[in-house]
Design a protein. Structure first.
Length: 333
């Protein structure tokens, strides 16, 4: 009897290794939340200080601190939403919330960069008087805040992907704070005002880099892109080479629900004499071991028809694969 096999047991074990939430400790979650409130609060202080002192470099650094706050908020969202159970309407759960939030925030950050560059151009044309004393005080306080948050994040467990990402953002913001301090000192001792818009543009490059990486990553996931280490061609080649009893592998689709949580569907035709259930179990194990794919829906293709292509690969809206090729596909869990 043709059958479709779902890797429920493998899912449960594998998710504990590769999903965001289950492996994380409560300590990590608390650290990220405390760091978020500290960074977000001082971002407001820095923005107000930049406005009152007239410093665009401070305002740019406040914008960069916003990227830190975004990174910390997304890390916390990954912890919280990653462990919410799926329901009848959200059968994949709520983990993609962090991806949607990341995409929206990336677009917002691009807007901040455009504003900073526009203001910098205006200040080159019409220099603005800057109060170096308040600017220096706020910039030094910003540096101290970032050093404290970096120390907080790097205590204890530093291997979690969310902790690593947040720490890298904060390290980047240290450069922004140093830039604002340099600008304040130059203005204080030389009176050369253009240093402020110059350094604001340099800080905006840091924001642009963070925004672009966030946009590319979140956009790739929203477009159902494959993980970097699990291209369909590589999956097909590996299964053909590593799994005994596999005659052909076709209709491979692999995508990410959120960062680090991969799923796949594929058709497998067993070699003559091979036991289908054993082949499917071996394929599941290979996908989990080699590609970190925690859930795979594997259909046995009994037709032996290798001529037809996949409707999804051609970008066409056709009947499900089982109607095209005689495969017993079943539903995706």
């Amino acid at each position: 009897m043709p059958h479709d096999h779902h890797s429920h047991d493998h899912d449960h074990d594998h998710d504990h290794d590769h999903s965001h939430a289950p492996a994380v400790t409560g300590d990590n979650e608390r650290k990220v939340l405390v760091a978020f409130f500290i960074i977000f609060s001082f971002m407001i202080v820095e923005a107000v200080g930049g406005y009152l002192s007239g410093s665009l470099a401070l305002l740019a650094d406040a914008g960069h601190m916003l990227t830190d706050a975004v990174a910390l908020a997304l890390a916390y969202a990954a912890f919280r939403f990653g462990r919410r159970a799926a329901d009848a309407r959200r059968t994949f759960g709520y983990a993609r919330f962090e991806v949607i939030a990341g995409f929206i925030n990336a677009i917002t950050l691009f807007g901040i960069v455009v504003w900073i560059v526009y203001e910098a151009v205006q200040r080159f044309r019409h220099p603005v008087e800057i109060l170096s004393g308040p600017m220096l005080a706020v910039a030094v306080a910003g540096l101290l805040v970032n050093v404290f948050v970096l120390w907080l994040l790097t205590r204890g467990d530093t291997e979690h992907v969310n902790i690593k990402g947040a720490a890298l953002h904060v390290m980047g913001d240290l450069l922004g704070s140093v830039g604002a301090i340099v600008a304040a000192l130059v203005i204080r001792f030389t009176g050369w005002m253009p240093i402020d818009p110059i350094l604001s543009v340099l800080v905006s490059v840091l924001i642009l880099r963070s925004a672009w990486k966030l946009l590319a990553k979140s956009g790739h996931i929203l477009l159902e892109g494959a993980p970097d280490n699990a291209a369909p061609q590589e999956i097909e080649r590996h299964l053909m080479e590593a799994v005994p009893g596999v005659a052909t592998v076709s209709h491979v689709h692999v995508w990410l629900i959120s960062s680090g949580r991969a799923l796949a569907t594929l058709h497998v035709r067993p070699a003559p004499g091979a036991e289908p259930r054993a082949v499917v179990e071996a394929v599941e194990h290979a996908l989990a071991e080699r590609f970190a794919i925690g859930h795979a829906t594997i259909a046995i293709d009994w037709s032996g028809d290798e001529a037809g292509g996949c409707a999804l690969s051609r970008g066409e809206s056709q009947e499900p694969h089982g109607h095209e090729h005689g495969a017993d596909t079943g539903g995706r869990a």
